[in-house]
Ligand binder design. Structure first.
Ligand code: FE
Ligand code: FE
Ligand code: ZN
Length: 295
């Protein structure tokens, strides 16, 4: 079964209810959102009435909460512990975000593993595993998904070996709570041809296990294979192209795993900005590219 959705906005007034309404307007049966700003730690309280209404609306429209994810804010960096207070603050904030997920009754959270900056990749991997061991030790019924990154700057998690390295260092009871989120733009930018995705999956399966893949971000890329850049393009408008992305979305080995679009909004000018997701989801369902931007 195809579970497809997009990044959406979680705003103070309507919160999760707004997320569900927005998703339905695109024809989604999955979604992702940040529980506040992705660049800051400011968070408004969760309104339980809006949450319950949102879950009711999801039920009415057959949206399974298992296909819905929260994205942790970008500012959390577990890879770098050179400032001990900051490192502790990020672990603590991650814990709070996980508790916020539970309060919203959304049980999956995607996290960028982090950047090692002036340390080394190896130490970065250890720091991430240690941070997760602390943050996840006494939280249950939640899955934290480490995102596969493009390798921009000193990002950790831009190879199967990096992710395997982190997972290997997790405590046994924490390991069960950790999965992986793939991202087609990041995998392309990290050096894999998306046209050969089965080769990637073979290696992933032998080193980590394909059962650890719990979410896939579907993005085209503005850059070439191995560019280590991370600039998302709209589906069919980038270097990966529509057909290769359809190959990933309908790969039988990834059936039933939620696919989430994080493609950019279309803006011809500041006054004319719109979300592409309704069109992208329709093209994906029909398996046919339409040049809707220039039409
Ligand atoms: Fe991400
Ligand atoms: Fe992503
Ligand atoms: Zn990205």
């Amino acid at each position: 079964m195809l579970y497809i959705g997009s990044h959406t906005s979680f705003l103070k007034d309507k919160q999760l209810l707004g997320v569900v309404e927005e998703s339905l307007s695109y024809g989604s049966n999955a979604f992702m959102f940040y529980t506040g700003s992705n660049q800051s730690t400011l968070r408004f309280p969760i309104n339980h009435e809006l949450r319950d209404k949102a879950h009711e609306l999801m039920k009415e429209n057959n949206i399974d909460k298992n296909n819905c994810v929260v994205h942790a804010p970008f500012i959390i960096n577990l890879a770098n512990d050179s400032d001990e207070d900051k490192y502790k603050f990020y672990i603590d904030f991650l814990k709070k975000e996980l508790e916020r997920c539970i309060e919203l009754d959304i049980r999956k959270m995607v996290l960028h593993p982090g950047s090692f900056t002036k340390l080394t990749r190896e130490i970065g991997i250890k720091n991430i595993a240690n941070g997760l061991n602390i943050a996840l030790s006494d939280i249950d019924d939640i899955e934290l998904l480490l995102e596969f990154m493009s390798g921009k700057g000193t990002e950790v998690g831009c190879s199967i070996d990096d992710l395997q390295g982190i997972i290997d260092l997790l405590d046994e009871e924490v390991k069960d709570k950790v999965g992986v989120c793939l991202d087609t733009c990041h995998i392309n930018d990290a050096g894999w041809d998306i046209g050969q995705f089965d080769k990637f999956l073979d290696e992933f399966d032998s080193k980590i296990g394909i059962n650890k893949v719990k979410c896939i971000h579907i993005n085209d890329s503005y850059n070439t294979v191995g560019a280590h850049k991370d600039r998302h393009a709209n589906i069919g408008y980038g270097t990966i192209g529509f057909d290769k992305l359809i190959g990933v979305i309908y790969n039988p080995r990834l059936d039933n795993i939620p696919k989430i679009l994080e493609t950019p909004w279309i803006n011809r000018n500041e006054k004319d900005e719109w979300a592409p997701y309704k069109y992208e989801i329709e093209m994906i369902r029909n398996k046919e590219f339409v040049d809707y931007i220039n039409k």
